[in-house]
Design a protein around this ligand. Structure first.
Ligand code: GLC
Ligand code: MG
Length: 530
C-alpha cells in the first residue's frame, strides 16, 4: 500500500479506488437518500474491504435532475447531502483510516439553476452572460444543428426570446463555452477550493466533452449508423461509440485545459491526481489524455465494453498496455459504474453471471495500474428491474427507455428486510430495494467465508502483497476464445471463459474466484504463484 504520509507518492498508480454513489451508499438522517455523514459512518467498511481510495460522485448544490451531475454551486454541499463541515469530516476520517478521497468535477455543463445560467437567461441575446454558454439562433422551424442529446432527443432547447442553447445531456444541463476565458478561470478556482479542503484528487466528468468543433457544424451520420441520442444503457456506454464523426467530442483544444490543470495539481503537491471520464473511440485517443503533462489516468472503458471472451479480454489488455506505455501513464480497469448495467447482469445474471463477474474481477485485479470498483459489486449485486414509477434517470424521462436507475439501488447493509440498514429505522430509500436481498447484506456476507464480500476482501489483501512489486509488464501466454493465461511478475492468472474445466499450470494456488478441485471450472479464474 502507498504510504498516506509520503507526500511524494504517486499512490494512484497501483491503487484500488471504490466509487461511492452518494444517494445510494448510506443515509444518516432517515430521508431515504444517502448523504455525507452516512458515508463517513461506513468508511470502516471500505478500510476493511482493503481499497486505497474512494471516489465520491457529486454532492454539490444541485436541483438533482441528473442526481448531482447538474451542479448549481460548485463550492457548496447540497443540504440533501449535508454541509461543508460534513465534507471536511469525511475527508479527515478517511485520511485517518488510510483512505484517499477523490471528488467529482463536472466542467462540461452547469445546472440550469447555476447563477451563470440564470444571468444568461435574464441578460438576453448577445450579452456577455450568454457568452459563457452556447446560445445560437436558428431559422424558424429549425434547430441550430442536428446534434442529439446523450439522454435522447435534440441537444437544443429554445428560450423565451427564441434563441437555443446547447445541452449534450439533459435540458437542465446547459453546456459551457470553454472558449470563453471566464470558464477555465472559474474551474481553476473550484479545483483550488477542494484542494484546500484536503481532497486527494478529482474524477473529471465528461472530460472529452468541453470543447465542441467551433463552427458547431452538423454531425455526419452514415446510412449504417444510428444517430447519437438515447444511447444510455443500450450498449452499456454513455455515448455512441460507433458514430465515426464526432464534432461534439474529443476536440484537440481540450488538452490545453488539462495541461493547465496538471500545473495546478502539481503546485498543490505531487500526491494530487486527476482521472478522466473520457468515452473516446480508441485506446490511443484515451492515452492522449494521460500524456505526461496532462491528467494522471483515464477510465479504460474498453475493459467494461468487452464481451465475455478470453480473446476479447486479451485484446483489451494488450492494446491498453500498448497505448499507455509510450506516455508513461498507469493503466486503469473498470467493470461497473453508476452509468452501466452491473457486470453480474451483463454476464448473464444468476449463478453464472455472478461466477463470471467474480472471475473477471479477479483477472482485473491482477493487472498493473488501478482498478475502479463500484459500490455493491463487492456484494455481487445485480442490476435491479426498477418499476417505472420509481425511475428517475433523465434518459428514461426523455426517451422512455429503461435508463440507469437499476444500478443505483441503495446498498443493503444489515437486517432481513428493506431498508436493510441503509438508513435509520424503517425509512424506505429513494428507490425501493428488492425483497430478496437479505442474504446479500454486508452483515450476512461478512459472516460467510464463501461470500462475494469475503472473496473481494481476500483478493484485495493478496493484491496488496504484489501490487507495487510485480511490475508493469504482462505476458499473455495463451488466449483463445475460451482460456486466457497471463503472467505478471511472479503471478500467473488463468481465466476460463469456456464451458469445460481446464488444467491449471504448475504453481501455488493463491486464490480462485470460485471452487477449484484440481482443474479450473468454467466461468472461474485463479491466481497462482510460480
Ligand atoms: C457522466 C456521468 C453521468 C452523467 C453525465 C452527465 O457521464 O457519469 O452519470 O449523467 O456525465 O454529467
Ligand atoms: Mg439522508
Amino acid at each position: 500500500m502507498a504510504d498516506l504520509n509520503d507526500p511524494t507518492t504517486q499512490w494512484w498508480r497501483n491503487s484500488v479506488v471504490y466509487q461511492v454513489y452518494v444517494r445510494s451508499f448510506a443515509d444518516s438522517d432517515g430521508d431515504g437518500i444517502g448523504d455525507l455523514p452516512g458515508i463517513t459512518s461506513r468508511l470502516p467498511h471500505l478500510a476493511e474491504l482493503g481499497v486505497d481510495a474512494l471516489w465520491i460522485t457529486p454532492f454539490y448544490t444541485s436541483p438533482q435532475h441528473d442526481h448531482g451531475y447538474d451542479v448549481a454551486d460548485y463550492r457548496d454541499v447540497d443540504p440533501l447531502f449535508g454541509t461543508l463541515s460534513d465534507a471536511d469530516d469525511l475527508v479527515a476520517r478517511a485520511h485517518e483510516l488510510g483512505l484517499r478521497v477523490v471528488v467529482d468535477i463536472v466542467p462540461n455543463h452547469t445546472s440550469s439553476e447555476h447563477e451563470w445560467f440564470q444571468a444568461a437567461l435574464a441578460a438576453g441575446k448577445g450579452s456577455p452572460e450568454r457568452a459563457r454558454y452556447l446560445f445560437r439562433d436558428a431559422p424558424d422551424g429549425e434547430l441550430p444543428n442536428n446534434w442529439g442529446s446523450v439522454f435522447g432527443g435534440p441537444a437544443w432547447t429554445q428560450v423565451d426570446d427564441g434563441q437555443w442553447y446547447l445541452h449534450l445531456f439533459d435540458s437542465t444541463q446547459p453546456d459551457l463555452d470553454w472558449r470563453n476565458p471566464e470558464v477555465p478561470a472559474m474551474f481553476e478556482d473550484v479545483l483550488r477550493f477542494w484542494l484546500d479542503r484536503g481532497v486527494d484528487g478529482f474524477r473529471i466528468d465528461v472530460a472529452h466533452g468541453l470543447f465542441k468543433v467551433e463552427s458547431l457544424r452538423d454531425q455526419e451520420v452514415g446510412e449504417d449508423e444510428r444517430p447519437s441520442s438515447g444511447q444510455v444503457n443500450t450498449d452499456h456506454s454513455m455515448v455512441s461509440l460507433d458514430l465515426k464523426d464526432e464534432p461534439m467530442w474529443d476536440q484537440p483544444e481540450v488538452h490545453d485545459v488539462y495541461r493547465s490543470w496538471h500545473r495546478l495539481l502539481d503546485e498543490a503537491g505531487p500526491d494530487k491526481m486527476a482521472v478522466a471520464e473520457a468515452w473516446t473511440q480508441t485506446p490511443e485517443s484515451m492515452a492522449a489524455f494521460v500524456r505526461p503533462d496532462e491528467l494522471d489516468q483515464a477510465f479504460n472503458f474498453a475493459w467494461l465494453l468487452a464481451d465475455w471472451s478470453a480473446e476479447a479480454f486479451a485484446r483489451v489488455i494488450t492494446s491498453t498496455l500498448a497505448a499507455v506505455e509510450p506516455v508513461g501513464a498507469s493503466p486503469t480497469w473498470v467493470l461497473s459504474n453508476h452509468d452501466v448495467v452491473r457486470h453480474t447482469t451483463r454476464y448473464g445474471g444468476g449463478a453464472v453471471g455472478l461466477a463470471r463477474a467474480r472471475a473477471a474481477t479477479l483477472t482485473m485485479l491482477a493487472l498493473p495500474g488501478s482498478s475502479y470498483l463500484y459500490q455493491g459489486e463487492e456484494l455481487g449485486l445485480e442490476q435491479v428491474d426498477v418499476a417505472p414509477e420509481h425511475r428517475q434517470d433523465p434518459s428514461w424521462l426523455r426517451t422512455g427507455e429503461v435508463g440507469r436507475d437499476g444500478c443505483r439501488v441503495p446498498i443493503p447493509w444489515s437486517g432481513t428486510q428493506a431498508p436493510y440498514g441503509f438508513g435509520p429505522g424503517e425509512a424506505q430509500p429513494w428507490i425501493p430495494q428488492p425483497d430478496d436481498w437479505a442474504a446479500l447484506t454486508v452483515e450476512a456476507q461478512a459472516a460467510d467465508p464463501g461470500s462475494t464480500l469475503a472473496f473481494y476482501r481476500d483478493a484485495l489483501r493478496i493484491r496488496r502483497e504484489f501490487a507495487w512489486t510485480a511490475g508493469d509488464k504482462v505476458d499473455v501466454l495463451d488466449s483463445d476464445d475460451d482460456v486466457l493465461v497471463l503472467r505478471r511478475g511472479p503471478l500467473t492468472v488463468v481465466l476460463n471463459c469456456g464451458t469445460t474445466p481446464v488444467e491449471l499450470p504448475e504453481g501455488e494456488l493463491l486464490l480462485a474466484s470460485g471452487p477449484v478441485e484440481g482443474t479450473l471450472p468454467a466461468n472461474t479464474a485463479a491466481w497462482l504463484r510460480a
